[in-house]
Design a binder for this molecule. Sequence first.
Ligand code: GLC
Ligand code: MG
Length: 720
Amino acid sequence: MSQEQDGYKITLISLHGLIRADEPELGRDADTGGQVKYVLELAAELARKPNVRAVELLTRQIIDERVDESYARVEEPIAEKAKIVRIPFGPKRYLRKEALWPYVEVFVDQTLSHFRRSGLPDVIHGHYADAGLAGAQLARLLHIPYVFTGHSLGRVKRERLSHGKASPESLEKKYHFKTRVEAEELALETAAMVVASTSQEVEQQYELYDHYVPDRMEVIPPGVDLSSFRPPKEEDEVPPIAAEVARFLRDPAKPMIFAMARPDERKNLEMLVRVYGESERLREVANLVLVMGARDDLREIEKAQRNVLLNVLTLIDVYDLYGSVAYPKAHQPSDVPDLYRLAAQNRGVFVNPAMTEPFGLTLLEAAGSGLPIVATNDGGPRDIVANCENGLLVDPFDPKEIEHGLLRVLTEPKEWDRWSENGLKGAHAHYSWSTHADRYLRDVTDIVEHSETPVLADVATHRRRRLPEFDRLIVTDLDNTLTGDDEALRELLDRIDRAEHCGFGIATGRRLDDALEVIEKLGLPRPDVLDTSVGTELHYGESLTDDLSWRKQIGHHWRPDEIRDLLGEVEGLFLQTEKEQSEFKISYTRDAEVAPSIAAIRRMLREAGLRAKLVFSLGMYLDVIPVRGGSELSMRHLLYKWGFTPEQVLVAGDSGNDEGMLKGRTLGVVVGNHGPELEPLRRWPRVYFAEGHHARGILEGIDYYQFLDHITIPNDRIDE
Ligand code: GLC
Ligand code: MG
């Protein structure tokens, strides 16, 4: 494969928050934290490796006065072979991550068109549940190996928050756990590799999922760019942030208990203030310094964060901690290393008491600055303390333990020295991006060469068929168009098979399961596209990937129960068997002798306030489908999604349920054995009426348009 000469192209996806390579605004809000840094650094390091040809990091384009203009740029370089690509989807304005869910499918379709312009990647890697869902869909649609990193997981978060005072309903409303967990399940099911940062994440977090497959889990701790972090030196000048901190404090020379975290309830900052407020000893030996993101106007901050901040401020007042707690309003990215050094200089301690801590980036920054840590006994901190031996783990729900941990670090100077040195050494040895990228690429090579997940592995066909790689597409009805003349059918399949760049689709009135049975019985290849139940369902490829953006829109105004009730009363309409019915299709046979006209039935529905589309075939079949269904619309969606122009698509049919697609701008072929309801199409441009019946008619149509050659359209206009 070409990857061996040129290296891999890797697409990383991280949708929420604010991502930019140039001075990322980390900590600006709840969605712009560790993950943003992670994906930027992963992208940069992967791009440094010789067996990588390109890395693109896909995120959302945001056009909003409240955020910087840089987030509107379509492309931004990260490093020589790595760039950010911003894909517009959903509203232009900035949205918090819980509000992105309705637009994920739009992102998928937009990204398909991005891939069409820039080429397919060899690997897709989704980050967090939202991009996890999007990436999994893309991987399935395109048959590209998939990698997933959860960063934090819905089930874990829901479980933790359930200890709090909020009701399950209010938590659901705020965090959309159901959607999130489903997204995570799909991502896990699709992934050939799941990259976890810590072993606990695998054992206790991913394990909660139905699609947890231990074999596909890899613990690869991320690198931490520690180049700006180092211990303080004698000759260091006093950094600008020192004064910002000092102005809060009566005795700024005291050691610092330093915490730096977004004001997120999960970070447990209120607990820390309480512990400090309750402990006379702690107040005596140290100041508390809280760096809680940056804030302009407290009143304008998002509610959840504001609540945390207000609680912290209230506790400071309640315990009367004025003069011993500092909580600077703002800081520059460059102040961060200075803050750790300040704390190390006075032999302080860095504390992270979060309720859950998937990784704990700040703990490694502290380590790299020679500052010992007290950290929550969870997730990343466990591995960090095990790898580095640079401090103590404490139960974040146990105030006494937090107090004791802090006191030990602050009052045992020999231990302090040991922890400080260990942290410095350990952080560099265990957490480098270069080591991470090497391990990552070793695993990726393995996946690309051997072991995709079952959901993506093709049945052993000779070549991998992928829609974006076709430059033309034949979509044909099944019954009596494709079927009916075996010899012609074989000839047709053979011609399509030899035309490497021609895709093959089936559009049928049958339900998916039923259509598949016929396809198997006839020994047909699995089509690249399956449009079933009269243009209401779209599936792709060998693994029958559901088109979720189509599914999402089709149900508009669809009230099947009421339709069934109403039409059940109508004389001469008989419900077809159960296996002909599907979610978006109600099918009847109609006895023309007694039943009202189609127009009359349409009127009945309208008068009952029910919106639906009626499709009538072969003088006897009546299908009721949603207004947004039907082969004319499903074809239009298909073309748009995969970037085909109508001139690249040939459609063939024989009866009323094919009429919709035949009327489109695509190249139509009506086979000789057609139903009378298609007669009026003779006056339509781009509809060719073949003499030949069944597949013979399709073959005739292919020749008529020279479809597998240089396409010509003799019937572009029909003169009356
Ligand atoms: C197929 C379907 C049937 C439908 C008919 C016309 O035969 O199985 O349910 O009514 O096509 O669309
Ligand atoms: Mg038919």
